[in-house]
Write a protein that binds this ligand. Structure first.
Ligand SMILES: NC(=O)c1ccc[n+]([C@@H]2O[C@H](COP(=O)([O-])OP(=O)(O)OC[C@H]3O[C@@H](n4cnc5c(N)ncnc54)[C@H](OP(=O)(O)O)[C@@H]3O)[C@@H](O)[C@H]2O)c1
Length: 256
């Protein structure tokens, strides 16, 4: 059984993934923006081990989430699920792009990392020139491209980790809206599968999945020089360097 942290698990796909994993007997750690949402999350997923709280639009709170996660024990997998769509560009940048960067850098070496992107990332632009100059120009699609860039950079730099991105489809959550046409169950199954399975199809890294099938992603995400600029900007904004190879304390045991 695996121990898994899911960000933004008070609602939507995060909560559904948490329920499914807890029902399968995995040790699930929930995350919610504050104590009230944390209580709600725990009520919805009573089988979860605990809830960690913190607002991902606040870099200091995000750093505290990572410390609390580390203090609670080792994770086998982290599902970077939390996201915002109808929000200010600054909030989109902080929650969708910067928070996953911070948690990726600071949480102690889970062997599997899953990043919730979207097919909208296909129309996104790295838009790095506006990271610090004018975050008002960063769109949701851009932020979902950033997540795939982060995923591909992690896969390239940390060969002992399985890092993959997921398009859950357009599904009827609060974000997706009631009329969303895709299958809600399929919207969280790929994440839970990538987090726990021993199937060889999931023991890969640097891939982009839709409904458990590898899919085409925006070529900007695979551009190494763009990835490097992206990581440097995230470091400038957060003060947290991306841990390169030997900076990580991870033991070198191969992934089982
Ligand atoms: N639904 C879709 O059709 C669709 C399509 C493509 C991609 N996605 C992606 O899938 C992921 C999950 O989406 P969803 O549909 O489940 O969305 P959702 O129903 O709106 O749930 C989003 C979750 O993220 C949490 N969250 C948002 N901002 C936060 C913050 N500042 N601090 C802490 N937690 C925060 C929310 O907490 P609260 O409940 O407290 O607000 C909620 O638990 C997102 O990354 C989204 O971009 C969804």
């Amino acid at each position: 059984m695996a121990r898994i942290l899911i960000t933004g698990s008070a609602d939507g796909l995060g909560q559904l993934a948490a329920k499914a994993l807890a029902d399968q007997g995995h040790q699930v750690v929930l995350h919610a923006r504050n104590a009230e949402r944390g209580r709600h999350a725990k009520e919805q997923v009573p089988g979860a081990e605990r809830v960690i709280t913190g607002d991902l639009s606040d870099i200091e709170e995000t750093i505290k989430i990572a410390y609390e996660a580390n203090a609670s024990g080792q994770f086998d997998a982290v599902i970077h699920n939390a996201g915002v769509y109808q929000a200010s560009s600054t909030e989109i940048l902080l929650v969708n792009t910067i928070a996953p960067y911070v948690l990726t850098c600071l949480i102690n070496e889970p062997k599997r990392l899953i990043y919730l992107s979207s097919d909208m990332h296909l129309h996104g632009h790295a838009n790095l020139e506006n990271f610090k100059r004018d975050s008002g120009r960063i769109s949701y699609s851009d932020s979902k491209l950033h997540l795939v860039m982060l995923c591909m950079a992690v896969a390239r730099k940390w060969p002992d980790v399985y890092a993959n991105a997921v398009d859950p489809g357009w599904v009827p959550t609060r974000m997706g809206g009631r009329g969303a046409p895709d299958d809600l169950q399929k919207g969280y199954e790929t994440q839970t599968w990538l987090a726990t399975t021993n199937d060889s199809e999931a023991k890969v890294s640097g891939r982009y999945f839709y409904h458990q099938t590898e899919s085409r992603f925006n070529p900007q995400a695979g551009d190494v020089s763009l990835q490097e600029k992206f990581l440097n900007l995230c470091e400038d904004i957060t003060g947290i360097p991306f841990p390169h190879g030997s900076d990580r304390t991870m033991d070198s045991t191969p992934i089982q």
